[in-house]
Design a binder for this molecule. Sequence first.
Ligand SMILES: Cc1cc2nc3c(=O)[nH]c(=O)nc-3n(C[C@H](O)[C@H](O)[C@H](O)COP(=O)(O)OP(=O)(O)OC[C@H]3O[C@@H](n4cnc5c(N)ncnc54)[C@H](O)[C@@H]3O)c2cc1C
Length: 352
Amino acid sequence: MSSIAGTHVRPRDAAAVAEVLRARLGRVRLHGSGSRQQRLEPVPGALALDLTGLATIDRLDAPDQTCSVDCGVTRAQLDDALRPHRLELPCPGDGTLGGLFASDPIGAAAPGGQSPRSLLLGMDALLADGTPFKSGARVVKSVAGFDVHKLLVGSEGRLFVATRLHLRLKPLPRARVAFANQALDREAALRLLQQLRELPHGLQSLQLLRVAGGGGGWNVRGAIAGRANFVAATLRALSLQESDAHPVLHLEAPAGGEVLAGLALPSALPRLLAGLPTDAPFLWHGGGRFETTLPVANATDRALAALASAGGHARIVAAAIGRRGLGTPIDAGHRSIADRLKHALDPHDVLC
Ligand SMILES: Cc1cc2nc3c(=O)[nH]c(=O)nc-3n(C[C@H](O)[C@H](O)[C@H](O)COP(=O)(O)OP(=O)(O)OC[C@H]3O[C@@H](n4cnc5c(N)ncnc54)[C@H](O)[C@@H]3O)c2cc1C
């Protein structure tokens, strides 16, 4: 183990992580680069188990388009290693790969696109008591049995510690052009979104965005990929404006306000948007995930009611303690299975 300072520990490899867990030091909060920690409930006295010391790209098999990476490898580190092979991890997200897959805050960038769930082929992991286990495979060909590794996606560090991830990669497209059509009214934006969703192929990412201070106007952004002449023809046909702006992955949490995050299918968007204040920042990714920031609690409650009536789901991810975690109703059966799963994998509720 390389450093221990107070309640923070940063092991260098999986064996050292197992040693920390076997020492039973009380409750443990897993940390990647830490970007989402302020959205989790604080647990006083919990040991911060920092996984950024596990940072080796163990295997990069370019012909098979797969790789195996330690959980603390960052997205930027992996992108740099893949670029010379003209490969990419085709899903949005930042931070460490362990944190990205465990929190899955964005899902797919485009309708029907790849997401952490579809890109995770397998993993090496540790139970809360330090017991090591493996699930899935290092390569695309899978093995029989439950895909236990898929439980990592969205587990937010509460089920087990994924120490190594086996990932599917994709070739970089021949051409990819980003576009951003700005300052649209709501109907024009939703119409363009629909036209883009109807493209038979080539749509790599899609976003509907309203930023703070943008006068209430809507931006439809994304990227088209494929052969250069196909990309150019698609941009022309839909009057898409080329743009070099970077994709927006998250909204800034407002001082004193709340952030609501969830899932809304395109058919739910008109009702959801009608239930928001006219200047509320809003970001929707083509796979269906959205975030919105609201200035006061009763605006959040109105948005939740609009979303529930449109069949969407959301919960408050940033707010005063006591409001965090509230959201649209969760099916009682689903909740019971999630509780039982947590109990089976971490019976002493160590991981928090
Ligand atoms: C500069 C920056 C800004 C960001 N802003 C936002 C934002 O505003 N909103 C937002 O939603 N996301 C934000 N992200 C998150 C981001 O896009 C990632 O998807 C990812 O969630 C964060 O990874 P992390 O390494 O910071 O993880 P952390 O924030 O440290 O951890 C995320 C979750 O994963 C768990 N976890 C971490 N590693 C493991 C592991 N190996 N096994 C099991 N569980 C694990 C943690 O316990 C935690 O619950 C931001 C990231 C960056 C780099």
